[in-house]
Design a protein around this ligand. Structure first.
Ligand SMILES: [Zn+2]
Length: 276
């Protein structure tokens, strides 16, 4: 049980401990550097984004929420309407797509249907190479994860790898549920290991009635950040990235971001590692 009065202190401790945890190996005790002496690059701090209102841009990109899903036939019809749109034909859009891709970003995000990278980042076709899975995990034992990392770094030569978590992440919230299927338990084992270290800070304790909703949200948000930070750390120590960093000229940085479901803002949680 988490005593109500200590929640703020726990969150403060958690915040202070993030960089230390990231480097300590506590979050992933089984992770071993792939090289005898891994290259550890300094963290990069970016200037904060300056908030400014621009109603024209917001209006231009507002998604059409009035169009409900009506079945697969409707999906195919929508596709034809879009593909045949005169505005796309005029700029020879599909000729451009046919020429190939050269994205600078490799995005590792959650499979959640509400977190659509191209939309929330306002980037388009050919601009983000994307890998998505439940709770935005990087798993070096997963052929899918590893082949995408290799392709992104060695073939496409992306300059940024972004691990993007999000608030209200059901995968993160339920990672420690004992009733998960064996596959989900295995997939979310990183988060379960954090629970073993800090059991009082986990979502399965968030049902504790002495906590306010705002306190539960803060704990969940911290867990989302720790999860992102952990994945950034694992990618940085992976052989593919380590090899790329041996090239002194190579620009490659790994970033941790969180998408806030409440207001749509992407936030850099300041755990960037790499060269730019
Ligand atoms: Zn999620």
């Amino acid at each position: 049980m988490l005593p109500k009065g200590n929640v703020k202190a726990h969150i403060a401790d958690w915040l202070k401990g993030l960089p230390a945890l990231r480097n300590s190996g506590i979050l992933n005790p089984n992770a071993k550097p792939m090289l005898p002496r891994p290259i550890i690059l300094p963290q990069i701090r970016y200037p904060k984004y300056e908030e400014k209102e621009d109603p024209n841009i917001i209006k231009a990109h507002a998604p059409d929420l009035t169009r409900p899903y009506k079945g697969l036939k409707d999906v195919l019809e929508n596709n034809r309407k879009w593909a045949n749109a005169s505005s796309l034909r005029e700029i020879k859009f599909f000729e451009i797509l046919n020429k190939g891709q050269n994205p600078k970003l490799f995005w590792i995000g959650c499979s959640d249907s509400r977190v659509v990278p191209e939309t929330i980042a306002q980037l388009g076709f050919g601009q983000i190479f994307v890998h998505r899975n439940i709770a935005n995990q990087f798993n070096a034992n997963d052929f899918n994860c590893m082949s995408e990392l290799e392709f992104a770094v060695n073939n496409i030569k992306v300059e940024h790898i972004i691990v993007c978590g999000h608030t209200k992440c059901v995968g993160v919230m339920n990672a420690c549920n004992d009733h998960l299927s064996p596959n989900l338990k295995a997939w979310l084992s990183d988060i379960r290991r954090v629970r073993d270290k800090y059991p009082e800070l986990f979502p399965d304790r968030m049902t504790e009635s002495s906590l306010s909703q705002s306190e539960k949200d803060k704990l969940h948000r911290k867990l989302v950040e720790v999860n992102v930070s952990n994945q950034v750390s694992k990618i940085a120590s992976n052989e593919v990235v380590q090899e790329a960093w041996k090239d002194k000229e190579r620009k490659l940085a790994i970033h941790g971001w969180v998408f806030n479901m409440e207001n749509g803002y992407l936030e850099d949680i300041s755990v960037t590692i790499g060269k730019q």
